[in-house]
Design a protein around this ligand. Structure first.
Ligand SMILES: Cc1cc2nc3c(=O)[nH]c(=O)nc-3n(C[C@H](O)[C@H](O)[C@H](O)COP(=O)(O)OP(=O)(O)OC[C@H]3O[C@@H](n4cnc5c(N)ncnc54)[C@H](O)[C@@H]3O)c2cc1C
Length: 587
């Protein structure tokens, strides 16, 4: 679905993934510029919603501390969330929801997260993953049956994939569903660490439907059915008030009509839900960072040491500036991905993974630094810093660990790019089957593209950028060609064995993430330069700062593909794994 990019609605080339093309030395600028705007309808709903969320959540700071200590959200509080319509955010209006876009939804989660992460998780696990399967894959009958009750929050939803033996390796689940002669299924197994497990009325459950090594299918399961139960509330490090429990299925009869999506396509259902839901997590991270920035600037101005506000000191200012650059870049990437989803882009999975990795790492850095600015106060439970530090820690663990997602980014970038450019498909697949024959395809293509151009992408875009942003654009244009060259060299060196070269993949993934996030920040700054007369120039400064920092990381990552300590690191890890303990002691 291509819409007019001038209006920031729809992507111009929905068939092209920006992220995957970076590995080919190509910046798909049509899908980056102009920076997308929220739909007018979303703005209208959000205007009212953001205010009522603040009115409702702001006075509850003390209560959130209690919920955190007691590791429980009281029933009346969950009811109040229902009453505010927070469980129906992305459900279409015809089914009783608010019908927000992904961008609008992420904005709501940013607002709730600026007050309390556990609240965001209760709402977010319901919408982002718990009931998203019904929206994406549900039949009309399933939608009609469940969406109205999900929208009102009468049914809160949870997503049941993880098991004790199956975390990152989601395909290895043991929960099974056996088909009965009447077409119904008998479901048995146990899921662990299920968000909303203790309060959910509906579960999206993944089970093997063809033996232990067979395919997976997805099911809609009601909590009230015989054989469904949940364990006690887990005692967690962070997001303590949000419900996390085991969920057990003991010979549960699931009607045939509650199969979700096609039989045997459950893995695809799970991955589609997770990809589609990542902007909720990203929006939450951005909201948390905004809260930390506000707290830190206030603290830096109020707190005096050595006769001056600590805001005068370079080492405090550096932290505030870095939080701001990170927040600006994360926000730009998260809303760009939300727009890709909303505009019907064919494949946004790599961009979604990139935005999740960047935003989740960024909020953890911000929480660490904000606590450091508040120092002793930051360490006290009376202030929100320590809770935010604990709460944000989960973000690089769930919905795909950041390690797995970095590998996914790099491998998808290297492998799938051939499918993006039809004519070169065979040549690129040669890289994997015959590295020598395939060598040169990426770098040859990238340099040809470069020599055909006079500047960043088409002349039109570069000529419209301000001098500051033009400099940033040049950084990305140079770096993207280097990424293509490096990808070529790595593929030549390792061929198919690249899948096992995790040190190299992490570096390539990180280069891709810096490029994508940086380009989103560049695009957002370009829009703000014209739309925000007051702060637009500051936004460009942030985009330029990000570009310079990204360039230093990119140079380091690319250099380390050649010159590194990987072998020694591996040997040290091998020695320690053998030893099992730190063997040196001073006595
Ligand atoms: C609070 C909380 C809420 C959760 N909510 C839900 C939920 O609602 N629904 C649900 O289904 N699940 C949920 N989960 C589970 C979560 O998604 C998993 O914890 C996550 O997928 C990681 O699995 P794991 O913890 O078993 O780690 P493992 O997969 O055992 O990984 C351990 C470490 O090894 C690394 N690793 C693993 N494989 C590789 C590899 N191939 N290469 C490199 N590194 C690797 C990982 O990155 C990680 O650092 C939740 C977890 C928590 C803690």
């Amino acid at each position: 679905m291509a819409a007019d990019p001038k209006h920031g609605q729809g992507t111009h080339r929905p068939e092209l993934s920006v992220a995957k093309n970076l590995f080919f030395g190509e910046i798909v600028e049509e899908n980056l510029f102009p920076y997308p705007e929220l739909r007018a309808k979303d703005r209208e709903v959000l205007g009212m919603m953001v205010e009522s969320i603040d009115d409702f959540l702001k006075p509850r700071e003390k209560a959130f501390r209690e919920y955190d200590t007691n590791a429980h959200q009281p029933d009346e509080y969950v009811q109040a969330l229902r009453d505010m319509g927070l469980f129906g955010l992305i459900i279409p209006e015809e089914h009783g929801g608010l019908g927000l876009s992904n961008g609008g939804y992420a904005r709501v989660l940013a607002q709730t997260s600026s007050h309390d992460s556990s609240t965001s998780l209760t709402i977010g696990a319901h919408s982002s993953i718990g009931m998203k399967g019904v929206l994406l894959f549900g039949t009309d009958a399933q939608k009609a049956q469940y969406l109205p009750r999900l929208a009102s929050g009468e049914l809160i939803a949870a997503f049941c994939l993880t098991e004790s033996g199956s975390g990152s390796d989601a395909a290895s689940i043991r929960t099974k569903a056996v088909k009965n002669p009447d077409g119904s299924w008998t479901l048995s197994g146990e899921k662990i660490w299920i968000t909303n497990g203790g309060i959910a009325g509906l579960f999206t459950v993944f089970a093997k439907t063809e033996g232990a090594d067979g395919k997976m299918s997805a099911f809609i399961v009601e909590a009230g059915w015989p054989g469904v139960s949940h364990g006690p509330h887990e005692d967690k490090m962070g997001i303590r008030a949000s419900s996390t429990t085991t969920v057990a299925f003991s010979d549960v009869r699931v009607p045939a009509e509650n199969l979700l999506g096609e039989e045997g396509k459950g893995f695809k259902v799970a991955m589609s839900i997770l990809n589609n839901g990542r902007t909720g997590l990203g929006g939450g991270a951005v909201g948390g960072m905004k809260q930390l920035i506000a707290l830190s600037t206030a603290q830096a101005k109020d707190r005096k040491q050595f006769g001056r506000p600590i805001a005068d000191f370079g080492l405090v200012r550096e932290k505030i500036a870095q939080m701001t650059v990170d927040c600006f870049a994360a926000e730009a990437a998260v809303w760009m991905v939300a727009h890709y989803i909303d505009s019907g882009m064919d494949d946004y999975s790599v961009e979604a993974a990139m935005s999740k990795v960047f935003a989740s790492d960024a909020i953890q850095r911000a929480a660490h630094e904000a606590l450091q600015i508040a120092a002793g106060n930051g360490f006290m439970k009376e202030y929100p810093y320590e809770r935010q530090t604990r709460d944000s820690r989960i973000l690089s663990i769930f919905e795909g660990t950041n390690e797995i997602l970095r590998l996914y980014v790099a491998l998808s970038g290297l492998k799938d790019v051939g499918t993006q450019l039809g004519g070169l498909k065979h040549a690129v697949s040669d890289i994997f089957s015959d590295p020598i024959k395939g060598f040169g395809v990426l770098s040859g293509y990238a340099s040809r593209r470069l020599s055909q151009r006079t500047g960043f992408g088409t002349d039109k875009i570069i000529s419209q950028l301000s001098p500051t942003l033009r400099k940033a654009a040049e950084v990305y244009e140079k770096s993207v060609v280097e990424l293509a060259n490096a990808s070529d060299a790595v593929l030549k060196k390792y061929g198919k064995g690249i899948a096992d070269q995790q040190y190299a993949l992490k570096r390539l993934g990180d280069v891709g993430i810096d490029l994508f996030v940086g380009l989103c920040a560049l695009s957002r700054a370009a829009s703000l330069e014209t739309s925000d007369k007051k702060n637009g120039a500051q936004a460009s400064r942030l985009a330029w700062l990000f570009a310079k920092q990204a360039r230093r990381r990119i140079v380091r990552n690319l250099r380390q593909l050649e010159k590194n300590d990987d072998a020694t690191m591996d040997e040290v890890a091998g020695f320690m794994l053998e030893e099992g303990r730190y063997p040196w002691d001073v006595i």
